[in-house]
Design a protein around this ligand. Structure first.
Ligand code: GLU
Length: 310
């Protein structure tokens, strides 16, 4: 894998240097349900790429959402991956054990003047946006934040915080893009085709939340910290996260973190063309196992060598 001749070379060069030594891959599931066949594809893809390139393969448990994540789901991840013939380095990084690191990073962005407290509820936001036709939405389908709390004076913010009102922290996107001060992008390897330059469009996310009211972080903050901390050279994940990479590249630039290479793979779809996910009730690996399906069958069906190499 070369890092490609990228116009967005800054972070990519740093990673290329490291990857000359050994590429590092990761599979980063959230234990908020059982793994389904789409997860199996992503995990096998990472694992087999690591094997093919003499690289390392790490498993990371993304369990910052302590309400939705459960220890039995985490246990099931270990069991299902082992059943599929996947092995990983230990110890496993569990994000719930690193809240203070994420909070420190959020503080750093706050010190740079790039975050502001937002007291709005979902209802407050929907009241503002519902009256406007075709209000823009972010790639996850949430309405772009109308900026209500960006306008609050410092006194008003202090008053509300002192009175115990809880606040999320939102990024001031225009300010952050200005601060990053360079053309951002990444080298996209897709399904293994020739790498291409993709220009990052963090503006698609508007003033998105970087620290939630209930958790001192967000997926976006934790994922960029951990990809850097674990020296991930190659992020292999589904195309559903393609647009998130724009935001990740912005955060990496603001925090001086290297950019991995990105490989956003196709998503498995069901017969009706719907994305397989927990919400569409895709069959879990657990269920397939209970039905007597063999790991070789799953591996073959997903296009991998059915033979498990240990
Ligand atoms: N934890 C995320 C998920 O389960 C994946 C994160 C990533 O690969 O960047 O969808």
């Amino acid at each position: 894998m070369s890092s490609g001749s990228s116009e967005f070379a800054k972070g990519q060069e740093q990673v290329a240097d490291r990857s000359v030594l050994q590429p590092v891959f990761r599979f980063a599931p959230s234990p908020n349900g059982y793994l389904h066949i789409g997860h199996a594809y992503s995990a096998l893809r990472n694992f087999e790429m690591a094997r093919a390139h003499d690289g390392r393969f790490l498993l990371r448990i993304e369990d910052i959402d302590t309400d939705r994540c459960r220890p039995d789901f985490e246990q099931a991840i270990y069991e299902d991956l082992t059943w599929l013939g996947i092995t990983w380095e230990k110890p496993v990084l569990r994000q719930s054990e690193h809240f203070s690191d994420y909070a420190r990073t959020v503080e750093r962005l706050q010190d740079q003047g790039l975050l502001y407290p937002c007291f709005c509820t979902r209802l407050d936001i929907s009241r503002v946006v519902s009256g406007v036709r075709d209000w823009p939405r972010d790639p996850d389908g949430a309405p772009i934040y109308p900026g209500t709390c960006r306008q609050l004076s410092q006194e008003e913010r202090n008053r509300r915080l002192a009175s115990g009102q809880r606040a999320a922290l939102r990024i001031d996107m225009s300010q952050a893009i200005f601060e990053a001060g360079m053309l951002l992008g990444w080298c996209e390897y897709g399904e293994g085709e020739e790498p291409r330059d993709v220009r990052a469009e963090p503006m698609l996310w508007g003033d998105t939340v970087l620290a939630r009211k209930d958790i001192p972080t967000s997926y976006h903050v934790s994922v960029v910290i951990d990809d850097a901390r674990q020296g991930i050279t190659d992020v292999v994940r589904g195309k559903d996260l393609f647009n998130a990479t724009s935001l990740h590249r912005l955060l990496q630039a603001l925090l001086d973190l290297p950019a991995p290479r990105y490989h956003h793979h196709d998503l498995l779809r069901d017969a009706a063309g719907q994305k397989l996910s927990k919400s569409t009730r895709a069959k879990s690996i657990r269920t397939l196992r209970a039905e007597g399906v063999k790991p070789e069958d799953v591996r073959r069906r997903l296009g991998f060598d059915p033979v498990i190499h240990r």
